[in-house]
Design a protein around this ligand. Structure first.
Ligand SMILES: [Mn+2]
Length: 322
């Protein structure tokens, strides 16, 4: 039942979807509402990136490509913007030169939203931003079951002497006690490993791996079932690096890896994950300078919409699956 106090997407008969300033999904800005249940926030930070820079421009690009997001998700029979207040909270204030200061600033802003009872879907930015978001979410909810879609493990230690960079957020999070080490799962892994010891370190950080290759020979149902079993029943944080998609589906990203999954495969699995207690999430590593025809921006915008829709969505009656 619609809540009359909820402000949904812009509804101006004289203004087409392609007109006006782009907030995410043409949702209201945070200052237009008294309370937000869910906030989409941009985090324009890419100083932790190890290869191509430019994900700092991701949030604006994703917003621009989110104009076609609609109020009804017919495959779920859900209205993601009708029954709870979703807003675009703008971008977090974050500078480019000092990674530690940036991470502290992101943490403080995420914590502030959390204390107001607002859950966050963050648009990156490079994957470094997951660490302060996990810090804020774990402080509020306890150790998190992290579901991580990515071509890469992101449980590495240091690079060029830096301990906080976009390849280490989940290692640092595990060390800090932010993760439930029995219940974390990677999906889509295929690249970037120098040495087998990195896989051992990854398991120590609490993760199990479903490779990209498995998508070619398994059903979405079996993958989703494995994910559910691994995540268990505690609070879930979903982190989606857009490079989990094949470069054909997401060319605009900082560390592309071939032989990835398709957007359709990603959505097929996500749509089977109803009923998870999701406390937050992110979609990261969108790099507009390498995007073509908005492919990556569209994929990221719609991925964020899938995540938003999943939040609070009950499991289907008659079974846990999807
Ligand atoms: Mn990543």
């Amino acid at each position: 039942m619609a809540n009359e106090h909820i402000i949904g997407q812009r509804d101006d008969p004289g203004m087409p979807r392609y007109g006006g300033i782009a907030t995410f999904a043409l949702l209201p800005q945070a200052h237009a509402v008294e309370h937000a249940d869910i906030a989409v926030v941009g985090i324009p930070f890419d100083s932790g990136t190890s290869f191509r820079p430019g994900a700092r421009f991701g949030p604006a690009h994703v917003r621009e490509h989110s104009r076609q997001l609609h109020p009804y998700h017919f495959m779920h029979d859900a209205h993601p913007f009708r029954d709870r207040q979703v807003v675009d909270a703008g971008d977090f204030r974050v500078g480019p030169y000092d990674i530690e200061a940036a991470v502290a600033s992101i943490h403080a802003q995420a914590r502030s939203l959390g204390e107001q009872g607002t859950r966050i879907i963050a648009i990156g930015g490079d994957h470094t931003i997951a660490l302060p978001l996990l810090r804020a979410a774990a402080a509020q909810h306890g150790p998190l079951a992290v579901l991580h879609f990515d071509a890469h493990l992101d449980t590495w230690d240091t690079l060029h002497g830096a301990s906080i960079w976009h390849g280490s957020p989940f290692r640092r999070a595990a060390e800090e006690g932010l993760l439930d080490l029995e219940h974390c799962q990677h999906v889509g892994i295929r690249g970037g490993v120098y040495d087998p010891s990195e896989l051992e370190d990854d398991a120590q950080a609490g993760f199990r791996i479903i490779t990209s290759e498995e998508f070619g020979r398994r059903t979405p149902e079996s993958i989703a079932e494995q994910i559910r079993a691994r995540l268990g029943s505690g609070p879930v944080y979903i982190s989606i690096d857009i490079d989990v998609l094949d470069p054909a589906h997401a060319p605009g990203t900082g560390t592309p890896e071939v032989a990835g999954i398709s957007t359709r495969e990603l959505f097929a699995v996500l749509r089977l994950l109803r009923g998870l207690p999701i406390v937050g999430g992110d979609v990261v590593e969108v790099l507009p300078a390498h995007d073509h025809a908005g492919i990556t921006g569209l994929a990221a915008a719609h991925t964020a919409w899938e995540l938003l829709t999943l939040i609070d969505l009950p499991a289907r009656e008659g079974g846990a699956a999807g």
